[in-house]
Ligand binder design. Structure first.
Ligand code: ADP
Ligand code: GN1
Ligand code: MG
Length: 358
């Protein structure tokens, strides 16, 4: 079936004029569908990553229905309300030989970028991500199925890394020994957040879990963040995951796979801007323990992401999309450079959080 024929399986308005690849995600294949009257976003769900499309889509339907009611109640920008378009048979996704597809409404006059344009820009992004969590504060977290179990359990990620190193099934270990050593030296970090969650010292909340900057839609003209997207990983977790992941992505001075590490550094001013925006929105709703762990979560989630890229490289690049050989190695290296920068400025990072007004 062609992409156009697949798009016709959904309840869309107008006649399809164009279906073309869109966006820059590492997981799903995204298409922009233009009809004579409207635009839509169609995605082929990555079923290697999300093995149960039924459960994945039920999570998303339930959470977005609740979220969209909150957005209405708070009179948010209507573009925040991303809706799922059912198939003509009334299902949330369409399954065929070519894969498993879903359709969303297209948020008009939006775009996304990988790196925030300024400190102020990132601060606005922080408010958007924090508002997302705020809207979901009363959502029953236990009703959401863990579509990727232990997604941010860094200890599990470390174990998966150790076993990839041990197996070295593609003979790639020799070329990345220094990176493996870098990770091993930081084993002491890996249980620190997850243990606090399991002991009840950090509360579980409904979190997004994939808060990189290009998971925000920006207004086409002003570039103001208007909506949070990419709902696949909404699960119960700690806000430290969202905070840490946003900093990992947004405070990188360069692209995630930048080969020249001299261009890669941790942008401390952006960190400060994000922390202020995030805490101004969510600070009054969170515990002291959560606040105390925000700065560390940036180091941990950046390390975790680097571990995931490196593990994927050792396992033959089957999880993250890659566009050239060793892209996952370059990605891992940028993450580790950021970890080193953050380690050096950890005390300052903590005092920004302590001083931020909620
Ligand atoms: P992935 O899981 O692969 O990262 P995303 O859901 O983040 O996929 O979508 C990839 C890109 O497609 C986004 O960065 C954004 O540019 C665009 N996009 C996704 N959903 C929408 C939408 N509803 N409206 C407009 N653009 C969208
Ligand atoms: C993936 O889907 P995307 O591109 O927004 C990944 C995140 C990583 C990120 C690294 C489901 O995010 O966890 O942090 O790449 N998503 C999934 O860029 O694994
Ligand atoms: Mg995405």
């Amino acid at each position: 079936m062609t992409a156009k024929e697949i798009a016709e399986k959904f309840k869309i308005d107008g006649m399809i004029r164009e279906v073309r690849p869109y966006g820059d995600g590492h997981i799903n294949d995204t298409f922009l569908v233009k009809t004579t009257t409207k635009k839509y976003v169609m995605q082929r769900i990555n079923t290697f990553v999300f093995t149960n499309a039924e459960v994945l889509m039920s999570n998303i339907v339930n959470v977005t229905t609740y979220l969209n009611n909150q957005i209405d109640a708070q009179r948010g920008d209507p573009r925040q309300k991303i809706q799922i378009i059912n198939t003509v048979d009334g299902k949330y996704y369409y399954s065929c030989e070519e894969g498993c597809f879903r359709m969303y409404t297209y948020a008009e006059h939006t775009r996304s970028v990988n790196i925030p344009l300024s400190n102020e820009h990132f601060k606005k992004g922080a408010i958007c991500f924090a508002t997302f969590v705020k809207y979901l504060l009363d959502y029953p977290a236990d009703t959401i199925v863990d579509v990727i179990p232990d997604f941010h359990d860094t200890r599990s990620r470390y174990k998966a890394f150790e076993s990839a190193v041990k197996d070295d099934e593609f003979g790639r270990l020799e070329g990345v020994k220094d990176l493996v050593e870098f990770v091993k030296q930081r084993e002491k970090y890996v249980g620190l957040l997850v243990d606090k969650l399991k002991k009840g010292q950090l509360p579980y909340r409904v979190t997004h879990n994939d808060t990189k900057f290009n998971n925000l839609l920006l207004d086409d003209e002003t570039y103001n963040p208007v909506a949070v997207i990419d709902f696949d990983t909404i699960m119960k977790g700690t806000i430290c995951y969202d905070f840490g992941d946003a900093i990992r992505a947004g405070c990188n001075s360069a692209e995630e796979d930048e080969a020249d590490l001299n261009k890669v550094y941790f942008d401390f001013d952006k960190y400060e801007a994000f922390a202020k925006g995030y805490l101004s929105t969510l600070g009054q709703f969170i515990t002291e323990e959560e606040k105390d762990n925000l700065a560390f979560s940036c180091i941990l989630i950046t390390l975790e992401c680097g571990i995931r890229f490196l593990t994927d490289y050792l396992r033959g690049d089957c999880y993250f999309k890659t566009h050239y050989p060793k892209q996952n190695v370059y990605r891992a290296k940028t993450q580790f450079k950021l970890v080193m920068d953050m380690e050096q400025r950890f005390e300052e990072m903590k005092s920004i959080i302590a001083q931020a007004t909620c």
